[in-house]
Design a protein around this ligand. Sequence first.
Ligand code: MG
Length: 245
Amino acid sequence: MEQKRVAVDGYTDTPLVPGSEWHVHDPYRPQPPVVTPGVAGGPPSDAVVLFDGADASAWMSAKTGDPIGWKVEAGHMEVVRGTGNIRTRAHFSDCQLHLEFATPAEVVGQGQGRGNSGVFLLGLYEVQLLDNYDNYTYADGTCGAVYGQFPPLANACRRPGEWQTYDIVFLAPRWDAEGKLVRPAQLTVFLNNVLVQHCQAAQGPTNHRVTSNYNTPHPPEGPLELQDHGDPIRFRNIWIRPLAA
Ligand code: MG
């Protein structure tokens, strides 16, 4: 939508906002883009819809690139054990991500063996997805953790089988031409509207049983990946809004 640039409100006799070419309260400073929010949890008008409950064509097997082996039915998709992680065909960088998930209503196993999956930004940075409703495991592996690095600020899990929401703001790491880290990856995560990671810098791509680092530069974009950890986790309403670098 074209923005009106009629100076009816503002000032041009004020100092410049540091770091910008605009005066304080400048009436000609560009307007924020108009985005129509989604209705009842649906995607906003400018989102890239990755899964609408029926069409899984934005996804492929992470291993083979083939169409996914997960079940798609009744408005959701569900992990099928052994079919492997799935990832988006498109690549993304800095982004806002929304997805909804449900861990199995029938509780099986304990610790990391109960309702385990994961949301991998760039295919490398895992926000842990786990059934932690009355289920103990190591803190940096609980639901909402930057896996193996930072426990969530709260355990905001709903009961097994209930639909839950993840809202994630992810900033990809950047290196300079010499391979020196300029900015680490950063994650802000809401689980069921509760802040569980706040502008948290990751220590590097997430791993199991080892620490991480940024010694090996990687592209600032990559696929979004969801984990097959053997448990029948369900997903629906997945959308992403790429952010300007
Ligand atoms: Mg996991």
